[in-house]
Design a protein around this ligand. Structure first.
Ligand code: SAM
Length: 266
């Protein structure tokens, strides 16, 4: 089989440096008893190091052209390959095991929707259906920094608030462009989201979609004070939970929860 031409549109930068492949797989902290789901196995660099060492490995790859090669390369009984878009893949219906670890070297163009999908699934609401222990992934360094950014910093934004709502993510280490083929223009980071310590934030929010709307709307104009950006929701002078002279980057997750609850209940 001749290996297909890699597609930039699918974020196909494959790991070629064995040192980093080992380091990344080590960072997944896998045990023999684990069920693992890999997003985007690609040429199988990470997959072949994981398969055979865990109880079960699911891998979801969108590109049909890569499937045959993966099937030939990885023949362990614990391996289940699924040719589907991860964003459309129904984890609850297709994964029988509980307490899974999700890993992968993510395609850059769909990093945020993938993270949001996993966080939603890992949230308290869905815990009865499928328990996700952690998500350890390689993403663009700049996005990883925005995710872990602290309140009152320039990098703090919608993605920092939403991820902090569900867990405390941590950046583990960086990977240089030289570790990939083709070589990307950006530096990547491994970031871990640990969902095993549940935070009670979901219980605190009156209406989740309204909370999201308030966070997104206020950050659309991140330089403007709440006094201006809250107008579509409420007469800003009526707000009591936060100071309306603040900007969205000055509000912690708790502030956003209190603010959205206050407006929602008025
Ligand atoms: N894991 C391999 C590695 O580290 O060398 C490949 C990583 S590459 C950055 C991303 C992989 O995700 C590609 O194989 C690409 O085809 C696949 N991919 C892109 N979009 C996807 C999606 N929506 N669902 C599943 N896989 C996807």
């Amino acid at each position: 089989m001749t290996f297909p031409k890699l597609k930039k549109s699918l974020g196909q930068n494959f790991l070629k440096d064995e040192f980093y492949v080992s380091k990344i797989v080590e960072s997944f902290n896998l045990k023999e008893t684990d069920t693992v789901l890999e997003i985007g196995p690609g040429g199988g660099a990470l997959t072949k190091r994981i398969s055979g060492k865990v109880k079960k490995l699911y891998a979801v790859e969108i590109d049909q052209r890569l499937i045959e090669n993966l099937e030939n390369k990885i023949t362990d009984d614990d391996f289940v390959l699924i040719n589907e878009d991860f964003l459309k893949f129904d984890l609850v219906a297709n994964i029988a095991e509980d307490n899974i670890k999700i890993v992968g070297n993510l395609p850059y163009h769909v990093t945020s929707p993938i993270i949001f999908k996993v966080m939603e699934l890992a949230s308290e609401v869905n815990k009865d259906k499928l328990k996700i222990q952690s998500l350890t992934i390689m993403i663009q360094k700049e996005v990883a920094e925005r995710i872990v950014a602290k309140v009152n910093t320039k990098a703090y934004g919608v993605i920092s608030v939403f991820t902090r709502f569900f867990c405390e993510p941590e950046i583990l280490f960086d990977i240089p462009p030289e570790a990939f083929f083709p070589k990307p223009k950006i530096v990547s980071s491994i970031i871990r989201f640990n969902f095993s310590v549940g935070n009670g934030n979901l219980q605190k929010v009156e209406d989740m979609s309204f909370f999201r709307k308030v966070v997104k709307t206020t950050f659309l104009n991140r330089r403007k004070m709440l006094r201006n950006t809250l107008k579509p929701f409420i007469e800003p002078e009526l707000v009591k939970s936060v100071e309306i002279t603040k900007r969205p980057e000055n509000l912690s997750v708790d502030d956003f929860i209190n603010l959205s609850n206050e407006i929602f209940l008025k």
